[in-house]
Design a protein around this ligand. Structure first.
Ligand SMILES: C[S@@+](CC[C@H](N)C(=O)[O-])C[C@H]1O[C@@H](n2cnc3c(N)ncnc32)[C@H](O)[C@@H]1O
Length: 240
């Protein structure tokens, strides 16, 4: 099971991802959108680091599959316009439509079957108002191939050994992580395995079109850079 004990130290270790930059990027496109953006749906919100940036919108619905991640998000953000909900992105249903749907920091890479990604895109389409935006990012194969095989670090009182195994046949990267968290004179050890799959950009664009999306723009990270040839993270800005 993923994001159980890891949830409590996720924020301490997530120092490399720039949520402000991602928000500025999202906001740039939102401000140019045809719709008046009031209702936002966040897929795979984790501990709420990006949710926190969205508080200016009228209504935010943020969901994740991990109880532990949601619990941290819930305790972090005390705002009346945010709802945190436990749902699986493979079959979410909110019985309402949104103006903006976002999924930040490789949440969709956690989906390991092409057919499930196809279903997610179709479902996002159904949950969007006309003219609404779907903005998400995906780690690419370049990213997984660039990872060190193993990585050891100590941050605050957390010592961890992070191993990556990318399988070029099924395009799945296994993160195998041993954590040692200091508790008084002792270290509590726990272990998590996470799997992320890379999807070729051509495939992603094709299934977005098949889901009904009209305009699809791709960027190299949250940089406004359109050359994605060697991108490690592709950001998709998609309009219904
Ligand atoms: C790398 S974290 C990103 C979290 C957050 N978006 C952020 O930017 O910090 C990926 C998140 O996706 C969630 N996730 C993975 N599979 C999921 C699924 N099937 N349904 C909903 N959430 C899922 C995980 O629990 C985790 O919180």
């Amino acid at each position: 099971m993923m994001y159980r004990d890891f949830a409590e130290i996720y924020d301490t270790l997530m120092t490399e991802f720039d949520y402000d930059k991602a928000y500025d990027f999202v906001n740039f496109f939102v401000s140019k959108a045809e719709i008046i953006p009031e209702k936002v749906l966040e897929i795979g919100c984790g501990t709420g680091n990006f949710t926190e940036k969205l508080l200016n919108f009228r209504e935010i619905t943020a969901f994740d599959l991990s109880d532990e991640m949601l619990s941290i998000a819930y305790n972090k953000i005390k705002a009346g316009n945010v709802k945190f909900i436990k749902q699986d992105m493979r079959n979410f249903n909110f019985m309402e439509k949104f103006d903006i749907v976002v999924s930040i920091c490789d949440g969709i890479n956690y989906i390991l079957k092409e057919s499930e990604v196809i279903d997610i895109f179709k479902n996002v389409y159904l949950h969007l108002n006309d003219g609404g935006l779907f903005i998400f990012d995906l780690n690419t194969e370049e990213q997984f191939k660039s990872f060190n095989l193993s990585y050891v670090d100590e941050v605050n009182d957390i010592f961890y050994v992070w191993e990556n195994f990318y399988n070029e046949l099924d395009k799945i990267n296994l993160y195998s992580i041993n954590f040692f968290v200091r508790e008084g004179d002792f270290y509590r050890r726990f272990y998590e395995e996470h799997y992320e799959k890379s999807y070729r950009n051509e495939f992603v664009v094709k299934i977005l079109k098949e889901a009904g999306f009209k305009k699809i723009n791709t960027f190299n990270g949250y940089e406004f850079e359109e050359n994605i040839e060697y991108a490690k993270r592709i950001v998709y800005v998609v309009e219904k």
